[in-house]
Structures are given as structure tokens and as C-alpha cells.
Design a protein around this ligand. Structure first.
Ligand code: IMP
Ligand code: MG
Length: 173
């Protein structure tokens, strides 16, 4: 059985996305912004934020998943990589949630090797307590406690991504 309670409402989410988009719009004025959405989780946040950013941008995506082996470091698998040339771009990676940091750390290093003009990271949620690998986060929506959440693109077993708000999630027997 699934038990959950509303954690972030549609309105709280909307206001925060607008706030982040305003800061990003100011900071990327005159730059060559390439917004990269990390799929699948970031698909909702990504589509909301790019529509609120007021400077020209190009979009691209990558698909990655991390597999945690035992309780130590995970391994990241790339399923689809960025196709745009990043050499002359100010790359902004857009993620749904940073947990251990393993996925983003891997993706960040991989993109840095391609020599972008700049690279920054925007995440909607940050579970700081769970961090195993430190990653510089430039734009953070909400710092949240160590609870599993679903909705607004986030899943459990690939479900609940379509909930328009974020809910805590517990699986009971
Ligand atoms: P990391 O490599 O541990 O930082 O993993 C981050 C990824 O784990 C995210 O992109 C999500 O796909 C997934 N994840 C971590 N915490 C949650 C959660 O509370 N709900 C849903 N997915 C989560
Ligand atoms: Mg994800």
C-alpha cells in the first residue's frame, strides 16, 4: 500500500521555478546557454523552467541511470548523450533531485572533459544529508530532508511522475 502526504504544492513549485528562472535569466544574459535536461526525472521541471527563462537558449537532453551496488558507490550508465557541440556553450545541467551526488558528479566530469565555455548545475531538490560525493550546485530549488518523494517528474518504480505536486512516499506491507 502506498502512503503519502503533500510535500510541495503546485503553487509552491510554480513560485520556486519562477524564482530560479529569474536568477538564471539575469546571469545568462548575453551568454550562449545550452540547457541540458537529465531524463527521465527532470522532464517536468525542465519544461517548466525553460519556458520561464527569458534569454535565448538551446535545449538538449541526456539519459542516465545509476545503480547502487550494496551500500557504497554506484555506477552510472549512459543511455543517451548530449548531441550538441558544447565547446562554445555555457552549459546548464538541469536535474530533478541530487541524492548521493554520484550521478551528477559523473555527468559533470564527463561534460567538463568536452571543454564547455562554462558548466553550472540547477537542481529542483537537494537531499543534502544523503550526499556521498560532493558536487557544486549553483541553483537549488528546495533542500529537503531524507525522505523519498514522488511527483513532478520523480518516480517510484517509474510511476507517479505525472503527479503535478510533490508527495512523500512510503511503501508499506
Ligand atoms: P544520486 O546519484 O544518488 O544523486 O541519484 C539521483 C537520482 O536518484 C535522481 O536523479 C533520481 O532519479 C533518484 N532519486 C533520488 N532520490 C529520490 C526520491 O526521493 N524520489 C525519486 N527519485 C529519487
Ligand atoms: Mg534523475
Amino acid at each position: 500500500m502506498v502512503v503519502g502526504r503533500p510535500f510541495l504544492t503546485v503553487e509552491q513549485i510554480h513560485n520556486k521555478v519562477k524564482e530560479l528562472a529569474d536568477v538564471i535569466s539575469d546571469e545568462y544574459e548575453g551568454k550562449n546557454l545550452l540547457a541540458v535536461g537529465i531524463l527521465k526525472g527532470a522532464f517536468v521541471f525542465f519544461s517548466d523552467i525553460v519556458r520561464m527563462i527569458r534569454v535565448p537558449l538551446v535545449v538538449d537532453f541526456l539519459i542516465a541511470s545509476s545503480y547502487v551496488r550494496g551500500d557504497s558507490s554506484g555506477e552510472v550508465k549512459m543511455h543517451y548523450d548530449i548531441r550538441e557541440d558544447v565547446a562554445d556553450k555555457d552549459v546548464l545541467l538541469i536535474e530533478d533531485i541530487v541524492d548521493t551526488g554520484i550521478t551528477l558528479n559523473y555527468l559533470r566530469e564527463r561534460i567538463l572533459m568536452k571543454g564547455p565555455k562554462s558548466l553550472k548545475i540547477c537542481t529542483f531538490l537537494d537531499k543534502t544529508e544523503r550526499r556521498e560525493v560532493s558536487v557544486p550546485l549553483d541553483y537549488v530549488g528546495f533542500r529537503i530532508p531524507n525522505e523519498f518523494v514522488v511527483g513532478y517528474g520523480l518516480d517510484f518504480d517509474n510511476k507517479f511522475r505525472n503527479l503535478p505536486y510533490i508527495s512523500t512516499f512510503k511503501k508499506t506491507a
